[in-house]
Each structure stands twice: as C-alpha cells, then as structure tokens.
Design a protein around this ligand. Structure first.
Ligand code: F6P
Length: 320
C-alpha cells in the first residue's frame, strides 16, 4: 500500500509544470496518499530539501509559469555517491514512489532511481518537444505561442522597413519549435538541425520571393544549427543580404501555460500517480493521438523523435 510519494521538477523549467505538480498532489490526496516536494530537482533530493505539499500548497498555482519546486541541472546526481544520497533521503522519509517532471536529461536520473528499485514515473516537461513517446511535451504549446506573438510583432516592423529578419528560437538540438513557429508566422524559410543548411538555396529562395514582389522576409532559425549572427554573416557573404537579428531566448520558457499545456499537465500528473498505484515504474507518461499512454522512460533519449515531413514540406510550399 502506497502512503507517501514525492515529486520534483528538473532541467529547464517549462510552463505547465506547476499544473502537473498540482495534479500529482491532488490525485495522491484523492487516493489517500501524502506528497512531498523536493526543491531544485535532484539537488534537493540528494540534500533532503523537501516540503509537504498539501491541498493548500498547490492552490492558486495552476496558471503560474515556472515551478514552485524550483529546478536545476545536477552533475552531482550523475555520480554513484549522488544516487546513494538520494536513496537514503527517500528511505528516511519513507517515500514509496517518485514522480519526476522534466526533459530527457532528467529522465536519465529517473531511470537510475528506477533501476535501484524505486518506483518512478516521469512526466515530460520541456519547451523543446524533443521527447519520443509523446506527441507533445508540457510547455511546448505555450512557448510556441509566446514565440508566435513575438514574431508577429517583428513582422510589423519588418514589413514597414522592407527588411529581412532572422529570428533565433530555442529547441536545443531539435527543430520542433522552429518549424511550428515558422509555419504559424508564415516565415519564408525555416532552418532546423534535422535538415542540412544550404545557404545558396536559401539565397535563391529569398531572391525568388523578392522577384515575386515580397518586400520583407522572415527566417526562423533553431538555436541548435548556429547562432543568428553567424547566419546573418553567411547570408551577407553569399547573397549580399543585410538581415536584422533577434534572439528570442528565455522569454520562451516563461509565462502562464496555455489551456492546452494546462490540460496536458493535469492529465499527465493524474495519470502518473494512477500508474504508480497500478504498480508501474520506469515509465513516462505520453499523449499519443490524444490518449494517455506509458512508454519505457529510456525511450525519451534512445529514440529520436522525428519532425513531421508534411510540416517541413508545408514551409516550402507556403513560404515562397
Ligand atoms: O531544454 C529547454 C531549454 O530551454 C532549451 O531550449 C535550451 O537550449 C536550454 O534549455 C537552455 O538551458 P539553460 O537553462 O541551462 O541555459
């Protein structure tokens, strides 16, 4: 019989993490269990920095960005000594199971704990959407909409001055965010790590769209390819273009979660706890074609999630 579970957030924060924490706590309470929250991800787990999360502790947080539990990236947890400290803290507090909310790096730690016999379920939270086993990760939709509204503003000034803009968006080594920001802003070109960059082709494309009467253009660049300044210099050298550069940066990680992220986080938080109650461990929650599913936690980094080729083709077809 499970009596007490723990939850932590780890890695880069993403909008909706608080809604997921709330769902974990409230589902645990619904099933007669108590929840402890560890602060600053695995750092707090190793140091025993925890707090009891009762019903009130998760009141009024569903709409808040960031994470009330704080977060961190921990190198210490990658050592044997770090894992041992975490196990001792869990044992001392009589924790029966752990919920880890974070990205693929955080899930490596979760897999480690599961291998040591701790029942663990992961909830994918990252704005990068780069995790296999789920169609969408918590925070991605909000980041996409934040970037969309910023780029729409840039388009206003780009069109007023007949300018070419390069906008760099986050995503680490993947191009999900860049691709969908590009489609939703009607960008002329999208550069993602998954497709080799051909500067000559990009210049020809820009030239062609200018010839067809376009007075301004937008290029959306995924940070994993190169910096926006490097791309601007290449465009200048190869095509003589004088582009303006904007790096959206950490603004993409903040803000209140969209309704999609809030609902996704609520469903995943609830599903994670119910899965633990059913004896599942070493798994992560996913939303697959609208249904809650589980997959092995290792899938998060072992399987490369592919960009949708239809969306890639769409940029080429519509961005001319
Ligand atoms: O993984 C989320 C993310 O925001 C990436 O898009 C970005 O590359 C990275 O985190 C930045 O990490 P940090 O917060 O450690 O600078």
């Amino acid at each position: 019989m499970m009596k007490r579970i723990a939850v932590l957030t780890s890695g880069g924060d993403s909008p909706g993490m608080n809604a997921a924490i709330r769902a974990v706590v409230r589902t645990a309470l619904y099933n007669g269990m108590e929840t402890l929250g560890f602060m600053k991800g695995y750092e707090g787990l190793m140091d025993g920095d925890s707090m009891v999360l009762d019903r009130a502790a998760v009141g009024g947080i569903i709409h808040r960005g960031g994470t009330i539990l704080r977060t961190a990236r921990s190198d210490r947890f990658k050592t044997d000594a770090g894992v041992r400290s975490a196990l001792v803290q869990l044992e001392n507090r009589k924790i029966d199971a752990l919920v880890v909310i974070g990205g693929d790096g955080s899930f490596r730690g979760a897999a480690e704990m599961a291998a040591m016999g701790v029942p663990v379920v992961g909830i994918p939270g990252t704005i990068d959407n780069d995790m296999a086993g789920t169609d969408i990760t918590i925070g991605y939709d909000t980041a996409l909409n934040t970037a969309l509204s910023a780029v729409q503003k840039l388009r206003d000034t780009a069109s007023s001055h007949d300018r070419l803009f390069i906008v760099e968006v986050m995503g680490r080594d993947s191009g999900f965010l860049a691709l969908e920001v590009g489609i939703s802003t009607g960008a002329e070109y999208v550069v993602v790590p998954e497709i080799p960059l051909d500067i000559k082709k990009m210049c020809d494309h820009l030239h062609y769209s200018r010839k067809r009467g376009k007075t301004h253009s937008l290029i959306i660049l995924a940070e994993g390819v190169m910096s926006a300044t490097e791309l601007r210099n290449s465009l200048q050298d190869t095509g003589g273009y004088d582009a303006r550069v904007t790096v959206l940066g950490y603004i993409q990680r903040g803000g209140s979660p969209s309704s999609l992220d809030t609902i996704l986080a609520s469903r995943m938080g609830c599903f994670a706890v119910e899965s633990l109650l059913q004896g599942k461990s070493g798994v992560m929650t996913g939303s697959v074609c609208g249904r809650m599913e589980l997959c092995p936690i290792e899938d998060a980094w072992r399987i490369k999630k592919e960009l949708n080729p239809e969306l890639l083709a769409l940029v080429d077809k519509l961005g001319v």
